[in-house]
Design a protein around this ligand. Structure first.
Ligand code: CDP
Length: 233
């Protein structure tokens, strides 16, 4: 039986379908390292926003973002009891700031830039080079870790995803409407799936999980079973 200790688990899928929640819980259960690659793209978007590279919702100054990259240092802190890892941008804790809709409104445009992807993919590969990692994103099973031992592609109905994100933002005191959030999810899904570089696609060897009707616990149990079956072969 192959050891489950050091495999790489790649989790990809559309916006707000619970990838990070699953990845975090899985990593905690398996004593693996959780890496939220989307948080890294959100950090670049936040930096761009703060430094005047955003020209409004969905519009960015490309060369401004690219020239910012050498000034951006992203780190993840130690996980708390729930498995959440603080996200540090140039030593500042931006865990909440990167979740704001203002950031979500430009992040997919930022993530479509070749130089941004090269900058972050290299860091992601480095963070996961020793295995024992659960990383979630859009291109983890296809580009970042094409040889990952287990690849999952998560989906859920758009309305369910918008409701989940609405509750998540509401708990943080944000007051965005469900319609506004749904609009953002659809916009990001479209850009993420159609961009020229590393578009969101299902890796050929990924297992699809539709979690529309699953609770967080059910989803975790379902995937832990997949891990078990997968590593038993
Ligand atoms: O949590 P949510 O599903 O809303 O998104 P996220 O994982 O925080 O990612 C934010 C954005 O970063 C996505 O909409 C993509 O545009 C981009 N992203 C990417 O291009 N590649 C990744 N590996 C992860 C995120």
């Amino acid at each position: 039986m192959q050891s489950t200790q050091h495999i790489t688990i790649a989790i990809d899928g559309f916006s707000s379908c619970g990838k990070s929640t699953l990845a975090k819980a899985l990593a905690k259960k398996m004593n693996y390292t959780f890496i939220d690659s989307g948080a890294m793209y959100r950090c670049v978007a936040l930096y761009a926003l703060k430094n005047g590279c955003a020209l409004g919702a969905h519009k960015i100054n490309l060369s401004c973002v690219v020239s910012s990259l050498p000034h951006i240092r992203i780190q993840f802190g130690k996980p708390d009891t729930k498995g959440n890892r603080p996200v540090l941008l140039n030593d500042e804790d931006v865990s909440d700031a990167i979740r704001q809709l203002e950031v979500a409104n430009i992040v997919s445009e930022v993530a479509a830039i070749k130089e941004v992807r090269e900058f972050l993919v290299q860091q992601q590969q480095n963070l996961g080079k020793n295995g024992g990692v659960v990383m979630d994103g859009r291109d983890i099973g296809t580009v970042v870790f094409p040889n990952a031992e287990l690849k999952l592609f998560i989906t859920a109905k758009p309305e369910i995803r918008a409701k989940r994100r609405f509750l998540e933002l509401q708990a943080k005191g944000e007051t965005n409407s469900i319609d506004e959030i749904l609009e953002n999810l659809k916009h990001r899904d479209r850009i993420d799936s159609t961009r020229a570089i590393s578009p969101l696609t299902q890796a050929k060897d990924a297992l699809v999980v539709d979690n529309s009707e699953m609770s967080e616990t059910e989803q975790l149990e379902y995937v832990l079973n997949l891990v078990k079956n997968h590593t038993r072969a």
